[in-house]
Write a new protein. Sequence first.
Lengths: 240, 462
Amino acid sequence: MLEIIDMSKHYGDVHAVNNLNLTIQPGEIFTMLGANGAGKTTTLMVSLGFTEPTSGTVKICGIDVTKDPLEAKKHVAYVSENVMLYGNFTARQNLEFFTKLGGRKNVSDADYEAVMERVGLQRDAFQRRLKGFSKGMRQKLGIAIAIMKDAEVILLDEPTSGLDPKSGAEFLQLLSELRGENKAIWMTTHDIFRAKAIADRVGIMTEGNLVKIFTREELEQEDLERIYVDYVTREAEAAA
Amino acid sequence: MFFLTVGKEIVHNILSFRFVVTYVLLFCLILMAMFLMTNDYQRRLQEFSTADRKVRENLAELVKIEDPAEQFQRIRQADFSALRLPTPLSLLALGLEGSLPTQVSSQSRFFVSSSDDRLGRNVLFDIFQTPDFVYVVNVVMSLLALLFVFDSVCGEKEQGTLKLLLSNSVPRDSVLLGKWVGGFFSVTAPFAVAVLGGFTYIYISGAMEMKGGDMARFGLIFVLSLLYISTFFTLGLMISTLTHRSATALLVSLLVWICWILVVPNLAPIAARLAAPVPGRQVIEAEKQAIDREVQLLMAGIGKRKVYGDQEESESIRKDGESKKRKLEEFYQDKMSRQISYSKNLARLSPSASYLFAATRLAGTGPNLFDYFQKALDRFHQGHDEFRQNMSSGVIMEWTQSGPKVKDPDWFDVENLPRFDMFAESLDDSFDAALFDILLLAVFNVLFFMLSYTIFIRYDVT
């Protein structure tokens, strides 16, 4: 479970995140929508312990990320917008390294092969160096690393941006499966349609504030696209 | 976690293109340096043997002369040469070995070199630096170490892998130490292989008679080289943690390398000359001549005043003149020592200078070689002065009515001739003398790593 309690992050006069409160339960996909600079990635960075919040707390499985980042990180997996791995390594070597780094022991070859197949990577890609991988393949490998870590919380920073429709759909299918495995998933995105398709709840963030949260039921009734555009337009006007 | 990151660093480096380039380059350079310097050492050894044979033949000719009076005259006029044996480990660090004469004369205070002198060889050797082992380490290895590590942290940040790496439960100190150990191993492994290859070549070629002491010195120079490479490697790691873009890190690394390898060591003697000026040797000699003239004038004054002179006053004037000249010489030596000391200390701002001082000291070709040579030369000349004084004092020769006669026909023994013996510093003494520079390199290492650690703990990976 991911808990964000009264969390603010300021960079001098810039309020990147303001008093954010949010809880993501196990077995839930929460999608955060927001324009560039809305504070989505900053929230993720605080949740990963890369930067300390100005005030408030972020807890992963009840562990305060600021106070005990190493312990908290045992329970979280991260997939970035552009999964960048070691180019000189093969897919298999990258997967093995990050799996071991994630703390998993006694992982068999069959486990590695199974997860590669699960994320849709062809067998011939196992021994290929990452340098020749497309973005879609790298994203798949990134999610494979997250799966192998078997963390309770998965944080995804715009993971589907730049993916072709087929790869995007496959990616969402994987997330759906992970939800079935009781993972708490937070995903930031600009893609309203994918957010609507996969999320249990969707939040809209503008200027560091979480201004609106839609539940599954509300999403089916409301015109998410119109509401989101309204918020973003208002934000742009306010900035002007 | 630590061993995992070490293993990752090693494999990552080994699979990289720059590892292949480094490996090939180092193997070629170090083997070439060993090969060239071995040949050079063998040539110098050959010249030494040839010259030594000639000196012995000349002495044998003098011994063979049957007429004692003629032998006496010939020995009195003879110019005895002595030779300096090339330093074996000069094939690793040439140092001052190439600048000192290989042959000295008993009569002339001026140095006499063998065919190795400036006019007897290709002058281009003096324009270009000798590519010995120490040169390769000092210049090439320092650069390679920086090129290996400059993007170790900032490059991973730029690439995005650092974020993924640190999103796991891995302590930053383990990551940094793992990067250091893995990276350092990746740089030094090809270096060690190349050195082993070079050592094998020297051993097989039989160019250098490897005695226990020489082996230990060889080993110490190798360990010292690792310490020096580590200094630049740790510096590169620090630069990498200080910057956020690999292009910036590369630029900073190259700037520091240029300053430390090219600027500081070359500017230090010039700066020291400005800070602690020393009058020219010619000025000192002119002043000594002025003192001599003053003494002569005072002596002449006594001659005018007293018909039979004044032995006591003359002696006093002479001693006074000698004392003034000695003080002048001491003043010059003191000033020169101070300038050399300033040069050394200023040059030590760069680890390159510390490495060169320590390596040449261990090889026996450092600045101390000049002192030992000078002292040996002084002893040699003093011995020959005494030898000639004995010949003139009547101990060997007596004057009879029929002419000069040698008292003892067997008076001349080659073994009793003064020798040119240079002090051979023991390994312990060499190590003690090099210890300061070795410790300085260690301090640079610790300092850079501590700074890297402090910066990396707070490094912004976002």
